[in-house]
Design a protein. Structure first.
Length: 276
């Protein structure tokens, strides 16, 4: 088990390293938003989900939707590390003519289920996929990763109510609860608390986890997979910019890309973690 956890921690760090390079070279943004979900992505693609790069259109595959599409660089990185396409392709991110756009796109990208960017749409699509699976009597899961700020959108709460009513126990929503939006904190922008109580009131199973603890994430996913007759929300308490000390809990790194000494210092911190 320790070896498995270590491998996933290394994968998460590789995701962060790739994203640091991608956002720096392409002068794109949202690095803080990607770093907060790197451990979650590592767990999902490192064994929790049923996905196969050699058969990525398998009708029985699990479906993953990144509803917070601005963190698309993280999905591209984990897909490349998982063998869906060459890691060399990551060097084209956000550059003219590249398929790897700033917000995640499914066009010509193996393994991406849905293009997202405008917030508040991923969960509704996930609900549709979950109902479709139920009607077809398929056993696959639908996993939707949302941002906390995205939960300001009313469309999400319609989807939350609808999926509980239809007992979609094949649907798992994961909230990246890093408590920072693009310009300010969640608390100052539009407070979500009592957040757990809201999901419970809408009829969901709710599990809270440390979103950077591999074991916690894995255990929560397994519990969610075993829950019957209701969808599950995993509220992952995370740190925006996790992994680089001067990125962490800083609104600045929602839109900023690391250049010069900032890039070099961030790279040193990530390389050090990989060697520990």
């Amino acid at each position: 088990m320790e070896n498995k956890i270590k491998k996933l921690e290394i994968l998460a760090n590789k995701i962060r390293n790739h994203v640091l390079d991608m956002t720096s070279e392409g002068s794109s943004s949202h690095i803080g938003s990607v770093f907060s979900i790197a451990d979650i992505l590592a767990c999902l693609y490192g064994g929790l989900m049923n996905v196969n790069p050699k058969n990525y259109k398998d009708k029985d595959r699990d479906r993953f939707i990144l509803s917070k599409g601005h963190a698309g660089a993280g999905v591209y990185a984990v897909l490349a590390e998982s063998g869906f396409f060459s890691k060399e392709m990551l060097k084209t991110h956000y550059k003219d003519g590249s398929a790897l756009s700033g917000h995640v796109s499914h066009k010509n990208i193996p393994g991406v289920e849905l293009s997202t960017g405008s917030l508040g749409h991923g969960l509704s699509v996930g609900v549709g996929l979950a109902i479709s699976a139920k009607l077809d009597k398929r056993k696959n899961k639908v996993i939707v990763l949302l941002s906390d700020g995205e939960c300001d959108e009313g469309s999400n709460w319609e989807a939350i109510m609808f999926s509980a009513h239809h007992k979609l126990d094949n649907l798992i929503a994961i909230i990246d609860y890093n408590k920072l939006q693009s310009l300010d904190s969640i608390e100052n922008t539009l407070n979500l608390e009592p957040f757990v109580d809201k999901w419970l009131a809408f009829g969901w199973n709710v599990i809270e986890v440390d979103g950077h603890n591999i074991q916690d994430i894995s255990d929560a996913y397994k519990k969610a997979s075993e829950c019957l007759n209701k969808p599950t929300c995993i509220i992952a308490h995370t740190t925006k910019g996790k992994g680089v000390s001067f990125f962490e809990n800083k609104v600045l790194w929602h839109y900023r890309s690391a250049k010069g000494h900032e890039y070099e210092n961030a790279k040193k911190e990530l390389i050090y973690k990989d060697l520990k």
